[in-house]
Design a binder for this molecule. Structure first.
Ligand SMILES: Nc1ncnc2c1ncn2[C@@H]1O[C@H](COP(=O)(O)OP(=O)(O)OP(=O)(O)O)[C@@H](O)[C@H]1O
Ligand SMILES: [Mg+2]
Length: 312
């Protein structure tokens, strides 16, 4: 039996279906990514797994326990790092961790607190008020709080790197890899496809409450492996006629014109015909590039929308 089993999970808030008939499983030791844009239903799904919300329908089992009935068992089996850090700013780092450890009834909790402070490199700040920590340090404390139970089998991280600069993000990736290395299963949500690509052995693509596709990063990309994106920048604006001719080619999936540039998504076999049409248009090409499939493209393929919002 899988460590986490989720069957036909649905959560409604009034008229809004935030999670819509979602089913998936998490095996011991695997790193699973829930990847989707804002409002996809990622946090709501997690809130139900950790027992913070009740589902409208469907079933969740964690290590054989139902979060809504056996809250204590589930909380002991999972370490949870919330999207918004739940930190008491007027307590020290050590006090924050001790409070959490006591709450979980961790035996010899002082020892465990010292251990976790070391693990998350918070020694220097251990006796400083949490409110005085930098953003990156707060994020480390948030991680540490979620990992305080030494023998939890699964760590759930809700958007672990949002708002972090590059260096802190890489540090957080390191923590996730370390958790995986120590044998724990990890479920993380993100709307950064490169994060899911780098960290997860399996990705669930979520959009508007539904899992629209799932597989390893490689499997997801290979569903579109036959596709290619060619981008041209011309010296003048490409004509409507060219756009129409390209669109009419049987193996051209999409054509996007934006001022001087033209982006053509095509099955690789159509490349010679596309090149021919562009050549015949006699437009002066300033630059051209061909791109491999990314998870962004996969997401667009399944949902028709962009994974990341513009300007992010
Ligand atoms: N308590 C609530 N009451 C009403 N609607 C809610 C509530 N919580 C979430 N929602 C709605 O449910 C949908 C899913 O929200 P959720 O927070 O699960 O998305 P998310 O995928 O975690 O997004 P983000 O990437 O922004 O964190 C959204 O449309 C949101 O507005
Ligand atoms: Mg969220």
């Amino acid at each position: 039996m899988s460590f986490v089993q989720i069957e036909s999970l649905t959560k409604k808030f009034g008229d809004l279906t935030a999670v819509n008939d979602v089913s998936f499983e998490i095996e011991k030791g695997e790193t699973v990514g829930l990847l989707g844009p804002n409002g996809a239903g990622k946090s709501t799904t997690i809130d139900i797994i950790v027992g913070l919300r009740k589902p409208t329908s469907g079933r969740v089992l964690v290590d054989g326990f139902e979060p809504s009935k056996n809250g204590l068992e589930v909380r002991r089996a999972i370490g949870y790092v919330p999207q918004r850090a739940a930190i008491f700013e007027d307590l020290s780092v050590r006090e924050n961790l001790s409070l959490a450890a006591e709450m979980y009834g961790i035996p010899r909790f002082k020892h465990r607190v010292a251990e976790i402070i070391k693990e998350f490199e918070l020694e220097e700040k251990a006796d400083k008020l949490a409110g005085t920590l930098s953003g990156g340090q707060k994020s480390r404390l948030n991680f540490a709080l979620g990992c305080i139970i030494a023998d939890s089998q699964l760590i759930i991280l809700d958007e672990p790197t949002v708002g972090l600069d590059h260096r802190r993000r890489m540090e957080a990736w390191g923590f996730v890899r370390r958790l995986h290395g120590s044998g724990k299963a990890v479920l993380l949500t993100t709307h950064y496809m490169e994060e899911a690509d780098a960290l997860c052995s399996r990705i669930l693509l979520m959009d508007r409450g539904k899992i629209v596709a799932q597989g390893s990063p490689q499997q997801l990309k290979s569903t579109l492996s036959d596709e290619l994106v060619v981008e041209y920048t011309f010296a003048e604006m490409p004509s409507e006629e060219l756009v129409q001719k390209l669109t009419a080619l049987p193996d051209v999936v999409g054509v996007n014109r934006d001022d001087l540039s033209l982006k053509v998504t095509l099955k690789s076999g159509a490349l010679p015909q596309v090149r021919q049409l562009v050549h015949e248009s006699k437009l002066l090409i300033r630059s051209s590039s061909e791109k491999r499939v990314t998870l962004d493209d996969v997401f667009r393929h399944y949902t028709g929308s962009e994974l990341r919002e513009k300007g992010e």
